[in-house]
Design a protein around this ligand. Structure first.
Ligand SMILES: *Cc1c(COP(=O)(O)O)cnc(C)c1O
Length: 231
């Protein structure tokens, strides 16, 4: 087995162990392999081994890769989506993880209407309060959510966050707990389901699973390091 397949097996084993440790069903967590900056050939190889979900954060890169790969690949758009790129991403992505403003949600809804689509989206929340991060502040999301839920086309199925970078994965735990608690509070207040929690990356996905992640976005631990400018 080559290095990438070995690392992928290792990540899958760790996901299974963390899921069991948390007393969650074995299928509670889905792995999104973050293939940004890595060649389409690597995606093809993992897909042939059974990895179905892949994450990309750049529109141009996804547009270049997707047509060369089987149409059964499930693409997750995990980057910061610019409004003028929505039209290109909607037909390709099975899930848009980073909807971080009411204006973006409204524009996705408008473009989806033109295309007759009902895109599934996650709302990105900046629970850690880091100034450098995209995402709704929790209180702003509470104010905006009613309007977002009224948009006829977009399907809001959950929340997404990124923990501040830290060597020690335990440092990410409060961020993941905060996202889960926000999900529980909003679901109760608005009488909705927000089943999907997209949280956890290479350095902290096991902690995220212990705190309720249903999607983990793992790149480096599978594909190896990216060129630093892209990190
Ligand atoms: C790049 C990226 C990841 C994957 O990061 P790794 O540390 O390589 O696992 C996850 N989520 C988002 C939003 C990203 O941009």
């Amino acid at each position: 087995m080559n290095g990438m397949l070995q690392r992928w097996e290792e990540v899958r084993a760790r996901i299974a162990a963390a899921t069991a440790r948390a007393g969650r069903p074995a299928d509670a967590v889905r792995l999104v392999a973050v293939s940004k900056t890595h060649p389409a050939g690597a995606v093809a190889e993992l897909f042939s081994c059974g990895q179905a979900d892949f994450g990309e954060s750049r529109v141009q890169e996804l547009l270049a890769k997707a047509p060369t790969l089987p149409s059964a690949v499930r693409w997750h758009f995990i980057g910061h989506l610019q409004k003028n790129k929505i039209r290109k991403i909607l037909p390709l992505a099975c899930l848009i993880h980073g909807v971080d403003s009411a204006a973006l949600a409204g524009e996705i809804d408008r473009v989806a209407d033109e295309g007759g689509l009902f895109p599934e989206v996650l709302l990105e929340v900046n629970v850690s309060g880091e100034a450098t991060k995209f995402g709704f502040q929790p209180e702003a999301l509470r104010r905006e959510l009613d309007g977002l839920l009224r948009l006829p086309r977009i399907q809001v199925t959950g929340l997404m966050t990124m923990a501040p970078y830290a060597e020690d994965p335990e440092k990410a735990r409060p961020t993941f707990v905060a996202l889960r608690e926000l999900r529980e509070a909003l679901a109760a207040e608005f009488g909705i389901r927000l089943d999907v929690l997209s949280m956890g990356m290479s350095g902290d996905y096991e902690v995220a699973i212990e705190e309720g992640a249903t999607l983990v976005r793992v790149g480096t631990a599978i594909f190896g390091a990216r060129p630093t400018a892209e990190a």
